[in-house]
Design a protein around this ligand. Sequence first.
Ligand code: BV8
Length: 301
Amino acid sequence: MPPHNDVEAFHEVLRSSRRILALCGAGLSASSGLPTFRGVGGYWRSHDATKLATMRAFMTDPGLVWLFYGYRRHLALRATPNAGHRALAALAKANSDFLCLTQNVDDLSQRADHPSSQLCTLHGSLFDIKCTTEGCGWIEKGNMNDPFCPALAAASEDPPKGKSLPLLDPYHRIKHVAEEELPRFPQCKTGLQRPGVVWFGEELDTDMINRINDWITADKIDLMLVVGTSAQVYPAAGYISRARLHGARIVTVNPEAEDEAELCKMQPGDFAFGEDAAECLPKLLEPALGKLQRSGEEFHE
Ligand code: BV8
């Protein structure tokens, strides 16, 4: 049995793989300069990010939650897709039987020109705006306004050179953003506009879930790439064990992937690469990407 991080052995497997599933998390965007949830200890100012990413937090203090999302929108807009995003997009173009599930809401896979038919944004997008009124159903896609609205200007400031952003300092008082300063939906005139992401305690899009289930159950799965995720959020993380049940070898790309605690979860035939996704994915996917380049398609590192 070759070592779990043998690239040549992985290439052999990739060449004989057709149905490939990927689950991506915040680590895929780390090299684009976007903080992961765990990387900052899961905190924004003094708030636990998983507590801010809830309807309850929004109803309690919509201004604070919007500052959190306005800051992340600003960072994501200033970021650019990295070679990891581009390698996955190129794999999709080279193999129509590859489906990528991303937990990320930063739109970087979309901006890497990943074919939308082969990308499932499990948790929505920072750049979709929804209405909070139950049943209003209004959604605005691709809203790139930065700041989102004048009241959120503090979230779109850049840190002074060599200094950290005052907004991130829990001891730096920020002006409270009142609900009245936040935009409501033109349609129903009552609902506050909210980020078009899936909050904890909210269901994922049913049609998307059904489409993923149909893909998983359609045939045996050859490979599952698990890229840059702590795999702690469900139902997203549950796709890993489901893919394994359908025959997939699991290939983990994560600086922690070769830690003892992670290696003991591996099963025969799995691979683990303890590297940065942006560095590792172009190397791992080269046989498929090389084929793409030979067919004249673009793939830039
Ligand atoms: C729901 C959008 C049901 C918002 C997010 C079992 C089944 C179903 C639900 C649950 C369940 N158990 C618990 C639940 C509830 C909950 C949940 O999972 N809680 C967790 C905390 C235990 N799930 C839900 O609420 C989901 N909804 O199930 O609804 C339902 C049924 C009926 C009625 C009502 C509801 C909804 C979950 C979606 C939450 N929204 N995002 C926003 O972004 O603000 S989740 C959010 O956090 C992200 O999208 C992402 O998914 C997650 C963070 O995870 P990661 O991406 O993995 O990031 P993390 O920082 O943790 O890890 C980064 C990794 O990268 C690390 O491993 C690091 O080592 C690595 N890394 C670092 N650098 C690099 C790198 N890797 C590669 N290269 C590098 N350079």
